[in-house]
Ligand binder design. Structure first.
Ligand code: HGY
Ligand code: MN
Ligand code: MN
Ligand code: MN
Length: 418
């Protein structure tokens, strides 16, 4: 390890990172130990303001772009060079864990602080980004901030998204930008240049824990398709309507959902099919449902398989189900990505010099890095989470793994930025 990298990694304050993870978890804390920081809600804004305070305390500038992505900037010796960027997201699932997203942002901050403490100014500027709306729970689909930053989606389309209360993304974003402006956070344009993006994240799966590895090198991210399926029938009286005269939208939806799940079964167990939300209208005990709405989250490492399956889903939705009609609406589709060796090799060299025997693995979860991969050389580092559990209040990580992951990130940034 070069003496500079050694000095910076040695300056990393792991105890402070661990403490800050739990300070941040107070913002949007749930009584069951999880967090709920939905995109652009007050907890999300508080977390952004908290991040800005920590960043300013280490002499970094903080800027926000027109879709709400926040950038903590540590200037390099050559300001003309594009920055080396790390980061993740601060928004969470409604029943989220403390570490999904937040860990990558705070470990990035800890790495910048380590450069400061070691008195090392890299050639490239370093940035920590917090992407807006990665989870997509309040405003679907997710990864809005990174998708708009990379031009994958348009800002106006994203601003037009609405939440369950009819509030638009644009309204919530403007209120957030006003609060950030009042806190002295400057604006920056959308899609600023970026040399390399490295995202550090919890694995959200069981692989690293099973191998007893504190860190992992991510080779790529599988593809994902989100859909909404509506089944329409006829509302009627539960007591007087004979079975033969019914068009029960719930009966139809259950039959269609079973057929879709059947279609998404593969021998290799690579397909991931999830119905996460199922709504029944009017939702009265003694009225036959006239409409149901359910979501599908479909994942697979191969883009062709996702496309083929979408066609089969549409063919199934075109059929009649218990006398009802169905309509399947795609909400988002992100193709799988592979991270370039030019980045994964740097992470692997950094892991070797830290004595970490980091396995290589594909990410089952999507991350903002899935869009950045088409924008600049991109890579990811994982640490294990207990039992592979995530998107749940009981999400937990081990303090040593958290510190090892931050050390690997710091050593990687040194290699990329010096
Ligand atoms: O759903 C995902 O894969 C990500 O964790 N939001
Ligand atoms: Mn995440
Ligand atoms: Mn997540
Ligand atoms: Mn993610």
């Amino acid at each position: 390890m070069t003496s500079t990298t050694g000095r910076v990694v040695a300056a990393l304050d792991g105890a402070r990172l661990w403490a800050e993870l739990h300070d941040l978890a107070q913002l949007g804390a749930r009584t069951d130990g999880g967090v709920a920081r939905l995109t652009l809600d007050d907890n999300d804004i508080q977390a952004r303001l908290w991040l800005a305070e920590q960043a300013k305390a280490i002499g970094c500038q903080v800027r926000v772009d027109p879709i709400g992505n926040m950038f903590v900037h540590l200037p390099g010796t050559d300001p003309d060079l594009p920055p080396i960027t790390t980061g993740s997201h601060l928004d969470s699932q409604p029943t989220g864990g403390k570490y999904d997203g937040a860990y990558g942002v705070l470990a990035g901050l800890a790495a910048l602080r380590a450069f400061r403490e070691a008195g090392v100014q890299p050639r490239h500027s370093l940035e920590v980004v917090s992407w807006t709306n990665e989870e997509g729970m309040r405003f679907a689909p997710g990864t809005s901030g990174s998708a708009c930053f990379t031009g994958v989606r348009r800002k106006d389309e994203t601003r037009a998204l609405t939440d369950a209360d009819g509030i638009s993304f644009g309204e919530a974003l403007d209120a957030c930008l006003t609060r950030l402006g009042e806190a002295g956070i400057e604006r920056c344009p959308l899609g600023t240049p970026m040399q390399t993006f490295i995202e550090l994240h919890i694995e959200q799966g069981p692989i690293l824990e099973r191998q007893g590895a504190p860190t992992g090198i991510v080779t790529g991210i599988q593809g994902v398709g989100w859909f909404e399926c509506e089944v329409r029938g006829t509302a009627n009286h539960a007591g007087t309507t004979p079975r033969t005269a019914r068009q029960d939208a719930l009966e139809g939806a259950c039959a269609l959902a079973a057929a879709l799940r059947n279609a998404a079964c593969d021998d290799e167990d690579l397909l991931r099919f999830t119905i996460g939300r199922f709504q029944v209208f009017p939702g009265s005990v003694n009225t036959i449902p006239e409409r149901t709405l359910f979501t599908i989250d479909l994942r697979h490492p191969d883009a062709g398989t996702l496309t083929e399956l979408e066609a089969r889903f549409q063919a199934l939705a075109a059929q009649e189900w218990a006398g009802c009609t169905a309509a399947l609406t795609p909400l988002s589709r992100i193709d799988p990505v592979a991270f370039p060796e030019v980045v994964t090799d740097v992470i692997a060299e950094a892991a070797a010099e830290l004595g970490q025997n980091a396995p290589w693995l594909v990410s089952g979860a999507f991350h903002d890095a899935i869009h950045l991969a088409g924008h600049c050389p991109t890579g990811m580092i994982f640490i294990p989470c207990k039992g592979g559990i995530s998107h749940h209040p009981s999400e937990r990580i081990d303090a040593n793994d958290a510190i090892e992951g931050a050390r690997l990130l710091t050593a990687t940034l040194c290699r990329l930025a010096m």
